[in-house]
Design a protein around this ligand. Structure first.
Ligand SMILES: Nc1ncnc2c1ncn2[C@@H]1O[C@H](COP(=O)(O)OP(=O)(O)O)[C@@H](O)[C@H]1O
Ligand SMILES: CC(C)(COP(=O)(O)O)[C@@H](O)C(=O)NCCC(=O)O
Length: 385
């Protein structure tokens, strides 16, 4: 099982007897299965206001997140069964038969693109400090003005890449995509470096030097830049280009250098295509999501530099803290039958740090600033039941 134990799971273990499982959503992707589930806190579900009048019931609790490799779906199902999550509901489709056989539940299907957009809008509107830029190694949170969010470009880098122009809640168009995405990095990287896990490949790329394999502008022009066309000597002229002339075999290159070149090539390419699509539709904001990013500094840096380079500094890449869970969250939020209608503010949720209106409903989030590796989202939600 690839999933790291999220902090929220630690809570779960500790509080299980005090919590009740209310809702579950799954996003079964080409590479990873994402699981979002909501645990009600003990005693939530009804309340009495100051005047002693019974107010609308409120579900208070915590959203928990976990992910598993899709190839290890049985681990995921075992996790769901062990936590009794299957008694709660659904929101994904693939492997429906297997899930029915193993857990005895029938899933409801939600559209993937719908869910991605719903998840992104939810995070951008309801969660404090969700989006950030990454420039020169510095993460800077972006204040999102809910009244000035649209239009934006959502680039979801999963196994493949989808580029979606978002114009509002439920208003979007998938304007482009590329098959050169996270699956390409992991698949090619595995073949070229013999890494056994994605994290190992990412870690390798961290230590490598892409200049050993990439052909730089300076390599072509005797160390000089080509300023007339805007290229410095250190710009990559051709990814992996040095490998054609080095007379070397794969084994002669360090796996870390190969991993670095690969990560750079793919991130750069996605950054470039994204900006060109944003330009095509006059979109000023580009949000990058998907588990390819993994909050990895070098990946974010490369995408940021690509966007900045191609836009001549006009546009900035933005990243989402909860990058890989958009689809699952969207399924969770949009699932019609789970009774999230009429979210209201409630005295007992005044402890929550952020209280926002999402889709006309009040939602209160307590964001744990101490996110560990983006493996879990740890915030409390108050729903009117
Ligand atoms: N533990 C992991 N195992 C496999 N791939 C991972 C892992 N962590 C991050 N990734 C990257 O994330 C990509 C999948 O991202 P994700 O947003 O979950 O898309 P999908 O819905 O296609 O599974 C993989 O192709 C890989 O590049
Ligand atoms: C088919 C997909 C939407 C599936 O989503 P994923 O599981 O990769 O997150 C995605 O892989 C994609 O957009 N691929 C690029 C296809 C293309 O536009 O060429």
């Amino acid at each position: 099982m690839d999933v790291k134990k999220p902090a929220s799971q630690e809570n779960l273990n500790g509080d299980e007897s005090e919590s009740q499982i209310s809702h579950l959503a799954l996003d079964i992707g080409g590479s990873l299965i994402k699981v979002v589930y909501f645990l009600r806190s003990n005693g939530s579900g009804g309340s009495v206001d100051d005047s002693g009048k019974k107010s609308d019931p409120v579900l208070e609790g915590r959203l928990h997140f976990a992910k598993f490799e899709t190839s290890k779906i049985n681990d995921c199902l075992e996790f769901i069964r062990s936590k009794n999550l299957h008694l709660a509901g659904g929101g994904a489709y693939k492997f429906a038969d297997l899930i029915k056989e193993k857990l005895g539940v029938v899933l409801d299907k939600e559209d993937e693109m719908d869910c991605l957009v719903t998840g992104a809008n939810f995070l951008l509107k309801a969660v404090h400090q969700e989006a950030f830029t990454y420039v020169d190694g510095q993460k800077e949170f972006v204040q999102i003005d809910q009244n000035d969010l649209y239009p934006y470009l959502l680039v979801n880098i999963g196994s493949g890449v989808s580029m979606i122009k978002v114009d509002g809640d439920g208003k979007f168009e998938r304007i482009s995509g590329t098959s050169v995405g996270g699956g390409t990095f992991w698949g090619l990287g595995r073949l070229l470096t013999n890494c056994k896990s994605f994290d190992e490949l990412l870690e390798l790329s961290h230590q490598g030097n892409n200049r050993v394999i990439d052909m730089l502008v300076g390599d072509i022009y005797g160390g000089s830049e080509y300023s007339k066309i805007g290229l410095t000597s250190t710009n990559i002229a051709s990814s992996f280009g040095k490998a054609i002339s080095d007379n070397k075999e794969l084994k002669d290159y360090k796996p870390e250098d190969v991993a670095r070149s690969l990560l750079r090539m793919i991130s750069n390419n996605i950054g470039q295509i994204s900006y060109l699509n944003a330009l095509r539709f006059g979109l000023k904001r580009i949000f990058f999501a998907g588990f390819f990013i993994r909050g990895h500094a070098y990946t974010m840096d490369t995408i940021s530099v690509a966007v900045s380079f191609w836009s001549k500094g006009d546009a900035k890449a933005m990243f989402l803290r909860h990058e890989g869970f958009l689809g699952a969250l969207g399924a969770f939020v949009s699932y019609e039958n789970h009774g999230l209608g009429g979210l209201k503010t409630h005295q007992s949720v005044q402890q929550f740090a952020v209280s926002k209106t999402y889709a006309g409903k009040k939602i209160c989030c307590l964001v744990n600033e101490d996110l560990n590796d983006n493996e879990s989202i740890d915030f409390g939600v108050a729903f009117a039941a």
